[in-house]
Ligand binder design. Structure first.
Ligand SMILES: [Cu+2]
Length: 256
C-alpha cells in the first residue's frame, strides 16, 4: 500500500517536471519573428488609402511600425492587431457583408480577422480595452499615419499567433460621403455614440511571417507601393528556400 503511494507520487512528480520543461522550452523559442503587412483598402468601403505595417515579436514583447496614407485627414483612426483562433486570419471580402448593406463594418469583419488583441494607441494602455480610445489614436495629419511604438506586452498566445502569421492589422475610419468628417445617420456597431464612419475598417493587411532579412526584399521599406507586394513575397519565398540551413543554425543559437 505504502509502496504504491510512493510510486504514484514519484510518477506524478516526473510528469509534472516534464510538462514544465516542455512549457518553458516552448516559451523561449516559439514566439520570435518578424512580420509584415501590406495594408490595402477594405472591400466595399471605397477607401483610397494604403500602407505597410511591421511587427517584431520577441518573446511576449512586440515592436510595431506602421505607415499609411490616403486616410481621412485630421480624424482619429482606431488601429488594432486582430486575431481569433477560429477566425480566417484574412482581411474581409465582399462576401463578408452579412447585413447586406453594401459596406463592411467591424462586425462583418469579425469572421475574417477576429477580435482586437492589441490597440495601436500612441500612449497609455494597448489592450483590447483601448480599442475605441479615440483620443489616443493617430489622427492622420494630411491623411498620413506614421506610427512607431515599442515594447508592447502581449500574451504568449497572441505573440505566437502574430509570429505564425495569423494576425491582421486593421486601421478604421471611413468617410463614405467625402465631407471631411465622421458623420451620418448609421451608428457604429461597436459604440452607438459614434457614427459607423468612425469605426468601419478602412485598410487591412495580414501580418505575414517573414524570414530574417526578408522584409527588405521588396526594396520599398515602409513606403512600398501596393504593386511591390508580389515582389516582396516572391523574394521572401526564395529566401525561405535558400535559407533553410541558416534558419536551422539560428534555431540552434536560440537554445543557448
Ligand atoms: Cu480593429
Amino acid at each position: 500500500m505504502r509502496t504504491t503511494t510512493k510510486l504514484g507520487t514519484a510518477t506524478l512528480g516526473s510528469a509534472l517536471l516534464l510538462t514544465l520543461g516542455a512549457g518553458m522550452a516552448q516559451a523561449a523559442t516559439a514566439a520570435d519573428g518578424n512580420t509584415m503587412a501590406t495594408l490595402r483598402p477594405v472591400a466595399l468601403n471605397g477607401v483610397d488609402a494604403s500602407g505597410t505595417a511591421m511587427v517584431t515579436v520577441t518573446g511576449t514583447r512586440i515592436d510595431v511600425t506602421m505607415a499609411a496614407s490616403g486616410l481621412l485627414a485630421d480624424s482619429p483612426h482606431a488601429a488594432h492587431i486582430h486575431f481569433g483562433a477560429d477566425a480566417r486570419h484574412e482581411c474581409p471580402t465582399a462576401k463578408d457583408d452579412a447585413k447586406g448593406d453594401g459596406t463592411l463594418n467591424t462586425t462583418d469583419g469579425g469572421p475574417a480577422y477576429g477580435p482586437i488583441v492589441v490597440s495601436l494607441t500612441k500612449t497609455g494602455d494597448t489592450s483590447p480595452k483601448s480599442g475605441l480610445a479615440v483620443d489616443r489614436f493617430d489622427t492622420a495629419p494630411g491623411g498620413k499615419i506614421s506610427y512607431e511604438r515599442g515594447s508592447i506586452k502581449v500574451s504568449p498566445e497572441v505573440a505566437t499567433a502574430i509570429a505564425k502569421g495569423q494576425s491582421v492589422v486593421v486601421v478604421h475610419g471611413v468617410d463614405y460621403n467625402h465631407d471631411g468628417k465622421y458623420d451620418g445617420a448609421t451608428k457604429s456597431d461597436l459604440d452607438p455614440s459614434l457614427p459607423t464612419e468612425a469605426t468601419d475598417p478602412a485598410i487591412c493587411g495580414v501580418l505575414a511571417a517573414a524570414p530574417a532579412g526578408g522584409v527588405q526584399t521588396g526594396g520599398g521599406g515602409t513606403s512600398a507601393p501596393n504593386g511591390s507586394l508580389g515582389l516582396a513575397l516572391g523574394g521572401g519565398l526564395i529566401l525561405t528556400a535558400l535559407g533553410t540551413g541558416a534558419f536551422a543554425a539560428r534555431k540552434a543559437t536560440n537554445r543557448i
